[in-house]
Design a protein around this ligand. Structure first.
Ligand SMILES: [Zn+2]
Length: 301
């Protein structure tokens, strides 16, 4: 434990970037060896767009890191936060701190992003990815990266978490996110067993289905327990899934950078079938789909 504390107390941002890059390379290999969807090709344009947003996410996180470290140091110096109030032994403080960072800093903010209109408009670009793979993990609009960072700081202040634990959580979170977005097919039993504790690749793919109510399920980041406890856990056959969003069938909303950056500032589009608006001229769910955007594009394996 002392080794972990020492290592993560002083971990440099270049080493964390290296870990992130190694995760990408590892997932890239697995995606080639055991792909879930075979025609989920690694197109240069697709990877380029997702890596652009990965870089902007890293930049936003780098800016907020100053506040995150300050918040964490404050809780350590003043024994501020729920976990310090409880006066727990270090190992239990660490486990519960890790869990609370995942609940407040990942599950809760993700749930809000789906329920609060202006937040959703930023989160949309994560969901318009038609080829979900490891590079989708950090495909977040810079605006979304900012309010995720604010929630990470809130989580630290509420729970009371030392900086080494924040670093362990954030490193694990980035790697797990790459893993559950990766276009990989694990043995069914293994994937199902994982879902009892962590968010498996099959479990998270369900969240990327193109229409409600499936999009509003499986919000978890590392642990699946929050979805199970709060009734948002859903199991579906991954071969029946279609990635993307029904309300954004247009190609440039998937892969054209200037459009993706602009989406949060465009008019809100209500979900398919809603009487509150939606795509101009759309009357029924079917109107949201164009012929190029059908199940046949997904393929199965
Ligand atoms: Zn989402």
């Amino acid at each position: 434990m002392q080794f972990l504390i020492d290592f993560f107390s002083t971990i440099s941002s270049s080493l964390r970037t290296l870990i992130l890059a190694s995760g990408f390379v590892l997932m890239w290999m697995f995606e080639s060896l055991i792909p879930l969807f075979r025609n989920n090709t690694k197109k240069v344009g697709h990877t380029g767009v997702n890596l652009f947003f990965t870089v902007t996410t890293l930049i936003v996180n780098f800016i907020f890191a100053v506040l995150l470290v300050k918040a964490s140091d404050y809780t350590t110096q003043h024994h501020f936060g729920i976990l310090y109030l409880l006066g727990l032994p270090l190992w239990l403080h660490a486990i519960l701190g890790f869990l609370l960072l995942d609940f407040i800093g990942a599950y809760l903010i993700h749930l809000l992003e789906h329920k609060v209109k202006w937040m959703w408009k930023f989160h949309i670009i994560h969901h318009t990815d038609p080829h979900v793979n490891a590079t989708t993990a950090l495909r977040h609009h810079p605006g979304e990266s900012a309010f995720r960072a604010v929630f990470a700081i809130l989580a630290v202040l509420i729970a009371g978490v030392p900086i080494w634990l924040v670093m362990i959580y954030q490193t694990a979170s980035a790697l797990l996110s790459q893993f559950n977005h990766a276009n990989i097919k694990l043995p069914k039993g293994l994937d199902a067993a994982m879902q009892w504790i962590i968010v498996s690749p099959d479990m998270h793919k369900v969240h990327h289905h193109y229409r409600l109510p499936t999009t509003d399920t499986n919000y978890g980041n590392i642990f699946s327990i929050w979805d199970r406890l709060l009734g948002t856990f859903v199991k579906k056959d991954v071969n029946q899934l279609q990635y993307g969003l029904d309300i954004y069938p247009e190609e440039d909303a998937h892969s054209y950078l200037p459009r993706l950056l602009k989406i949060p500032f465009e008019r809100y589009r209500a979900p398919a079938g809603s009487k509150f608006g939606g795509l101009p001229g759309a009357k029924s769910k079917g109107d949201y789909l164009n012929p190029e955007y059908s199940d046949s594009n997904l393929g199965s394996s």
